[in-house]
Design a binder for this molecule. Structure first.
Ligand code: NAP
Length: 296
């Protein structure tokens, strides 16, 4: 029987509805409106479309949202000043700088300049460190979305064998860290594979939950998957254009073949993707509540 599809689109919709209601309640009870600024440098088309989607969602949820577009030749010092301005703006609870930045700007320096309390992307080293010791305020958005997909589809992580393919700082390492914490929705035994792994299939075949974030189509084929596994495909690969002129996408997993073997699988598109922006919104609501002295 083909695997059950885990719909990120549906789950994201459900969480957004919850966040909308939470935002209304917060506003009614305290007058606080979650505030999010998205800073875009230049006009990279992919970045423009990501930022537009983030702005659209934050407005739908009733946030105070600002789109701050800066020219591609902005000086690094001026960008740092801008971040400092938002760090001190009490109406802004979350600051998102859309990556990548132009080459003349040091990305690390910019990300480190964001007040960790407003770092709703979860990339500041303070937040990375807090995640490591199980004290996270903000989980990075894509890994947080993966954890929510597992929780909300009733996949048991407690004691599960989890294998993560990929060790990037934005997906592989943080999702491995999240799932190994001695916490609800985690407590798994986690293995991380990468290009230095000698026999990747040996590891992936043991996985009850297989999370693939390699950025390569067909990095995982059916022979590498355990019968009955839950497969989360994070990859987004552009493999051409549809007749309507839209980008044709695929994940990192050989979807059709793996679907025949797995118990559940995320599609691409419509799996992890829709969860990422939703988690940004969740972090912004949390930031607003923390700023007001509430416990998350
Ligand atoms: P990345 O920074 O390129 O990292 C890829 C990782 O996969 C690296 O650790 C690399 O190993 C490993 N890898 C690559 N090919 C491999 C192979 N054949 N076998 C084993 N390991 C392999 O990518 P990323 O930023 O984590 O993103 C991964 C994918 O997820 C991309 O397709 C990206 O577009 C997608 N993504 C989706 C979302 C979303 O919201 N849906 C968000 C973020 C990323 P080494 O470290 O040894 O090089």
């Amino acid at each position: 029987m083909p695997a059950k599809l885990i719909s990120g689109t549906e789950i994201a919709k459900m969480i957004r509805e919850e966040l909308k209601q939470e935002t209304e309640r917060l506003k009614e009870k305290t007058g606080i409106v979650p505030g999010l600024v998205t800073i875009l440098v230049g006009e990279n088309p992919a970045s423009v479309s990501y930022v537009t989607a983030k702005q659209k969602t934050s407005k739908e949820l009733g946030f105070h949202s600002i789109q701050d577009s800066q020219p591609a030749d902005i000086k690094e010092a001026d960008l740092l000043k801008l971040i400092d301005k938002y760090n001190h703006d009490p109406s802004i609870h979350g600051i998102l700088v859309q990556l990548p930045l132009p080459k003349h700007i040091n990305e690390t320096k910019v990300l480190y300049a964001i007040d960790p309390k407003k770092d709703v992307d979860g990339f500041h080293p303070v937040n990375v460190g807090k995640l490591m010791i199980g004290e996270a305020d903000y989980l990075p958005c894509t890994p947080a979305g993966i954890q929510q997909l597992l929780i909300r589809t009733g996949v048991k992580t407690d004691g599960a064998e989890v294998v993560v393919v990929g060790r990037s700082n934005i997906v592989g390492k943080p999702i491995a860290n999240i799932l190994l914490q001695k916490q609800k929705g985690a407590n798994a035994t986690v293995t991380i594979c990468h290009t230095g792994t000698k026999d990747m299939a040996f590891h992936t075949r043991r996985a009850e939950i297989l999370i693939v974030a390699a950025g390569k189509p067909n990095a995982v084929t059916a022979d590498m998957v355990k019968e009955g596994a839950v497969v989360i495909d994070v990859g987004v690969n552009r493999i051409g254009m549809t007749p309507e002129g839209k980008a044709k996408l695929c994940g990192d997993v050989d979807f059709e073949a793996v679907r025949e073997k797995a118990a559940a699988i995320t599609p691409v598109p419509g799996g992890v993707g829709p969860m990422t922006i939703t988690m940004l919104m969740m972090n912004t609501v949390k930031a607003a509540k923390l700023a007001a002295g509430f416990q998350g």
